[in-house]
Design a protein around this ligand. Structure first.
Ligand SMILES: C[S@@+](CC[C@H](N)C(=O)[O-])C[C@H]1O[C@@H](n2cnc3c(N)ncnc32)[C@H](O)[C@@H]1O
Length: 485
């Protein structure tokens, strides 16, 4: 026999299975943190839980779950052997090693699978570090050797997964169910499987995520001819059927409603839905009558990419309903506003994108503060950059040029770091700088500093975002000159 023909056996592993314990009787012994996490896992698997633990040992969350009737039966005392009657699984999480060993022994005598927390020899199965996103469950096992390492590996996998992949899986589940409904014949099982596999291979996860009832119906009509269409074909055929959605990316200017362009104002009044950046003041919407949704906040639970995904999906949903959608962005959408990326996103999904430029804070904030960014003999070039480059780092700035004005957006949280970087790049320590906070708004504030004092001035004066920072010799040029705005 040729030994290379068959795979090598790598002994010493566990049999990885997804154990279905819906409505099964699970006994959990203990009332602390581990018992609580076991209760949650068992609840998420739809099992029927009996908890045994004296009241004084119960963690607050467990009391809550008992009160909410999430735990079928709570036995208010220490474990007794009779508790095992009728149990399908036992999870023990108590601190007493002698009692733990006994519980394990009783279970094994009765052929009940058992897990004693933190004692691998007393476990018939292990818990794994798990990632859950809707129907998706990913679990990592180190076979009891390194639980902490398992969570680190799990986090690594989790961080590298596409955002909201659970939605893609839900959508595929729905499509699969529909295919079975229209072609339930047992003899078609191979055709169904092959067609579903091709859709999963040829559509991106983002595209699968966008499957809704309408698109599924359209896709099913292709199944009948065993055809696998591209996502863009489905979108454009929706258009043909009278879905005439329009997407317009509009620059809102720096925040003064009078600095909206006429074109932007007209677009706002024609919209069915406005999906707006948070920075845009309410005054800009004074004459708007349609629904306005604000971009989700990027703090706390919501990561920046998740927030971006969510608002783009709002737009797509409305587009698919034939609505005119405005994506309203502060200043000019193409200057540090992810406008370009959003145009690409909608184009890739088959939509024609219209754009309306806006007045950018990069140039309008200095003007409102009487700071010309160019001036004969003082500045013949302008650099507009950001304090928050890739992964929040400062971009690589060029060395000092006496004839250049530098404008920095999103610089407030980076003032000290920026000051150091500028000094390293040869900027004179006493070169004037100015923060223009809330420019073109009633609460506008001007805060002066120099290259070397940027950090301390931001702290002392409590400079807040949105602020635009200007650095260069023209900062003070018009200071003593009367100007009528
Ligand atoms: C994400 S960037 C967007 C820039 C925008 N696309 C533009 O062209 O103005 C946000 C930054 O713009 C600047 N900014 C926006 N509105 C501002 C305002 N009213 N006053 C001062 N700076 C502003 C701030 O530096 C803020 O951190």
């Amino acid at each position: 026999m040729n030994s290379e023909k068959f795979p090598q056996i790598r002994a010493g592993g566990s049999l990885l299975l997804a154990w279905r314990i819906k409505n099964k009787n699970v006994l959990i012994v203990g009332g602390g943190n581990v018992a609580c996490s076991r209760v949650i896992k068992a609840l998420e698997a739809d099992s029927s839980i009996t908890l045994v633990c004296p009241e004084q040992g119960l963690k607050e969350e467990l009391k809550y779950r008992i009160q909410q009737n999430q735990i079928r039966k709570w036995i208010n005392r220490e474990f007794e052997i009779s508790d095992l009657d009728g149990m399908d699984m036992v999870l023990s999480a108590i601190d007493d090693p002698v009692r733990s060993r006994e519980i394990c022994q009783f279970c094994r005598e009765k052929n009940i699978p058992v897990n004693v927390a933190d004692v691998p020899p007393l476990c018939d199965f292990y818990f794994m570090a798990e990632h859950r996103d809707g129907p998706l469950q990913i679990a990592v096992s180190t076979n009891g050797k390194g639980p902490k390492l398992a969570t680190i590996i799990r986090d690594h996998i989790q961080d590298n997964l596409p955002k909201r992949i659970g939605d893609s899986i839900e959508a595929v589940g729905l499509l699969r169910q529909k295919v079975r409904e229209v072609d339930p014949d047992h003899a078609s099982s191979e055709k169904r499987m092959n067609w579903m596999s091709k859709i999963c291979e040829e559509w991106s996860l983002d595209e699968l995520k966008m499957l809704n009832e309408k698109k599924i119906d359209e896709l099913i009509s292709h199944y009948k001819n065993n055809n696998v269409p591209k996502y863009s074909e489905i979108i454009s055929s929706e258009g043909k059927k009278g879905y005439t959605g329009r997407i317009i990316i509009v620059g809102a200017g720096p925040g003064d409603p009078e600095l909206l362009t006429i074109k932007a104002t007209k677009a706002l009044s024609s919209a069915d839905l406005i999906v707006s950046d948070r920075l845009i003041p309410k005054a800009v919407f004074a004459n708007v009558t349609c629904e306005i949704r604000l971009a989700p906040s990027k703090s706390g639970e919501t990561k920046s990419e998740d927030a971006q995904d969510l608002l783009q999906n709002w737009c797509l949903e409305a587009l698919n309903e034939g609505k005119t959608v405005i994506r309203l962005k502060i200043g000019d959408p193409f200057l540090f506003g992810r406008g370009g990326e959003e145009v690409a996103f909608f184009k890739e999904r088959g939509w024609n994108v219209e754009v309306i430029p806006g007045i950018s804070s990069g140039l309008s904030a200095p003007m409102a503060a009487n700071v010309p960014v160019t001036y004969r003999g003082l500045s013949d070039q302008v650099l507009i950059t950001t304090g928050q480059g890739t992964k929040g780092k400062l971009p690589n700035l060029p060395t000092y040029d006496i004839m250049r004005t530098t404008v920095v957006l999103m610089a407030v949280g980076k003032a000290s770091e920026l000051s150091k970087e500028l000094l390293d790049k040869g900027y004179p320590p006493d070169l004037p700088t100015i923060f223009i906070e809330n420019s073109n708004r009633p609460e506008e504030r001007l805060i002066e500093a120099t290259v070397s004092t940027l950090g301390e001035v931001v702290e002392k004066e409590h400079v807040v975002a949105p602020s635009t920072l200007v650095i260069g010799r023209t900062v003070n040029t018009l200071k003593n000159q009367e100007l009528i705005c």
